[in-house]
Design a protein around this ligand. Structure first.
Ligand SMILES: Cc1cc2nc3c(=O)[nH]c(=O)nc-3n(C[C@H](O)[C@H](O)[C@H](O)COP(=O)(O)OP(=O)(O)OC[C@H]3O[C@@H](n4cnc5c(N)ncnc54)[C@H](O)[C@@H]3O)c2cc1C
Length: 388
C-alpha cells in the first residue's frame, strides 16, 4: 500500500512503449539510499535502462527532512550500544558510517551540499554526572580506537570551557567530537538527483509502488495507479515505509518532529548538538536553530509513517529551546515538519535479497546521512552480483 492518492487509469500503448519498455533495473524510493543505489547500478551496468520510482513530488521520507548531522556516534550512544551489542560490531558500524560519509563527500563535493566541519557536541545535565563520568573515562580508549580504525586523532575531548560562550543554561558538562560535520540535507539530495539524471537514469515522481511480483524472467511492478510494467531487477530503498511493500521485514517507521526558528541576531551556537542520550538534537543553520527529537515521550504514537506534529512533542521542543538552548531570548518558531525513520531491533541496515530479482536496502536508523551512500551502493552491488 502506498500513501499516494490512487487514480485508476491504464497506460496507453504509447506510454507503455516509450517509458516502461525494456527496463533493466528499477529502484523504489529516491532518498539517499535509492539515489546512491541508482548511481552505483549505472557504474556496474553502463548500458542498462534504470528507473527510479518515487511516490512523492519530492523524496518524502527522511533524506530531505532530517537534521543534516554528518555524525557517526556520540560517546554515550556508543557506550549504550556496547552494552547491548558486541564491541566489535559497534566499531564496525562506526567505520561504515565514516566510510559512507567520505563516499558521499567524494560523490557530491563539500561545497555543493554545504558541508561544514564545525564539530559535534554532547551535552550533559548536572544530574547526569555519572553518565558523563563514564563517557569521560571512555574518551582515551575511544580516541585510540578511532585512530586505528579511521586514522583520525584526538576525536573526542572535554569542552566545558565553551558552555558559557554558547549561552546554554542547565548544562553541566560538554564533550566535543572534532570529526563531526553538518550539511544541507536539501542540497545533498538535489545534488544526488542531478548526478542521477546526468547519468541517464530516469526518475518518476508521484509514482508509488503498490506491490512487486517476482516471477519468470523479472519482476512485475504494480503501481498505485493500477497499471504495471516489468523490470529485470528491483532494489527496494523505502526505509521506514518498507513494510508497506514487504510486510515481513523487521523495519518499523519512527516519526521525528523538527522545528526551525526564525533568524536569531548574534546567535552563538555553532555545530551539531546531541542531548539526552541522543533523543534531542539541534544545530545552527543560516543564523537559526534547527531542533528535533522527543520521540521517547510517545514511542507508540510516533511509531507511524504518517507525517505530522503533536502538541506533546511540540511543547517539549519549545521548552528545551527556551530554557536550555536560548535562555532569556525571545524566540520565534518559523516552521515545523516531520520525517520518517526506519528502525528495528538492531541498528545495522538490512541489505539482502528477498527473492531472485529483488534486493532490499533499508532500516537506516538515525544516521542514514552517514551510512546511506554506502548502503545504496552495496544494495546495487548485491543486486548485480558484485557483492563482497
Ligand atoms: C527528523 C529526522 C532527523 C534526522 N537527522 C539525521 C541526521 O542529522 N543525521 C543522519 O545521519 N541521519 C538523520 N536522520 C536519518 C536519515 O535522514 C535517514 O536514515 C536517511 O535519510 C534514510 O535514507 P533512505 O534513502 O533509506 O530513506 P528515505 O529518505 O526515507 O527515502 C525513502 C523514499 O522511498 C519513498 N517511498 C516509500 N515507499 C514507496 C513506494 N511504495 N513507492 C515509491 N516510493 C516510495 C519515500 O517517499 C522516500 O522518498 C534523520 C531522520 C529524520 C526523520
Amino acid at each position: 500500500m502506498s500513501n499516494s492518492q490512487p487514480l485508476a487509469y491504464q497506460l496507453s500503448f504509447w506510454e507503455q512503449d516509450t517509458f516502461f519498455r525494456d527496463v533493466d533495473i528499477v529502484v523504489v524510493g529516491s532518498g539517499i539510499v535509492g539515489l546512491s543505489a541508482a548511481l552505483r547500478a549505472r557504474e556496474l551496468a553502463p548500458s542498462s535502462r534504470i528507473l527510479v520510482l518515487e511516490r512523492g513530488a519530492l523524496p518524502i521520507g527522511a533524506s530531505t527532512r532530517n537534521a543534516g548531522f554528518a555524525c557517526f556516534g556520540s560517546v554515550s550512544e556508543l557506550l549504550d550500544d556496547m552494552s547491548v551489542h558486541p564491541e566489535d560490531a559497534v566499531w564496525a558500524l562506526v567505520e561504515r558510517r565514516w566510510r559512507g560519509l567520505q563516499r558521499l563527500r567524494q560523490r557530491i563535493g563539500d561545497a555543493r551540499m554545504r558541508y561544514e566541519s564545525w564539530g559535534g557536541y554532547e551535552l550533559f545535565r548536572p544530574e547526569e554526572e555519572d553518565v558523563f563520568e563514564r563517557c569521560a573515562e571512555a574518551i582515551p580508549v575511544f580516541n585510540r580506537r578511532l585512530k586505528d580504525l579511521l586514522g583520525i586523532g584526538e576525536t573526542f575531548h572535554l569542552a566545558n570551557e565553551q558552555i558559557g560562550k554558547l549561552g546554554f543554561r542547565g548544562v553541566g558538562n560538554l564533550l566535543c567530537n572534532t570529526a563531526e560535520g553538518q550539511l544541507h540535507a536539501g542540497e545533498m539530495v538535489r545534488a544526488l538527483i542531478e548526478l542521477v539524471r546526468e547519468n541517464g537514469i530516469e526518475i518518476y515522481n508521484g509514482l508509488g509502488v503498490q506491490s512487486l511480483e517476482d516471477s519468470g524472467p523479472g519482476v512485475e511492478i504494480i503501481t498505485n495507479y493500477g497499471w504495471s510494467f516489468r523490470a529485470g531487477r528491483v532494489i527496494v530503498a523505502t526505509n521506514g515505509l518498507a513494510q508497506h511493500l514487504l510486510p515481513s521485514l523487521p523495519v518499523r517507521p519512527a516519526r521525528n518532529q523538527v522545528l526551525i526558528t526564525a533568524p536569531i541576531p548574534g546567535l552563538s551556537v555553532k555545530g551539531c548538538f546531541h542531548y539526552d542520550r541522543g533523543y534531542y538534537y539541534f544545530r545552527n543553520v543560516d543564523g537559526r536553530i534547527l531542533l528535533g527529537g522527543g520521540r521517547n515521550l510517545d514511542v507508540e504514537g510516533e511509531t507511524t509513517s504518517e507525517f505530522g506534529t503533536t502538541p506533546l512533542i511540540r511543547s517539549a521542543l519549545v521548552k528545551l529551546l527556551q530554557e536550555l538552548i536560548l535562555p532569556g531570548q525571545p524566540v520565534v518558531v518559523d516552521s515545523w515538519w516531520s520525517g520518517i525513520l526506519g528502525v528495528g531491533g538492531r541498528k545495522s541496515p538490512i541489505i539482502a535479497p528477498i527473492s531472485d530479482h529483488v534486493v532490499v536496502a533499508v532500516r537506516l536508523g538515525g544516521m542514514g546521512v552517514a551510512i546511506g551512500a554506502l548502503v545504496g551502493e552495496e544494495g546495487a552491488e548485491l543486486l548485480l552480483g558484485h557483492g563482497a
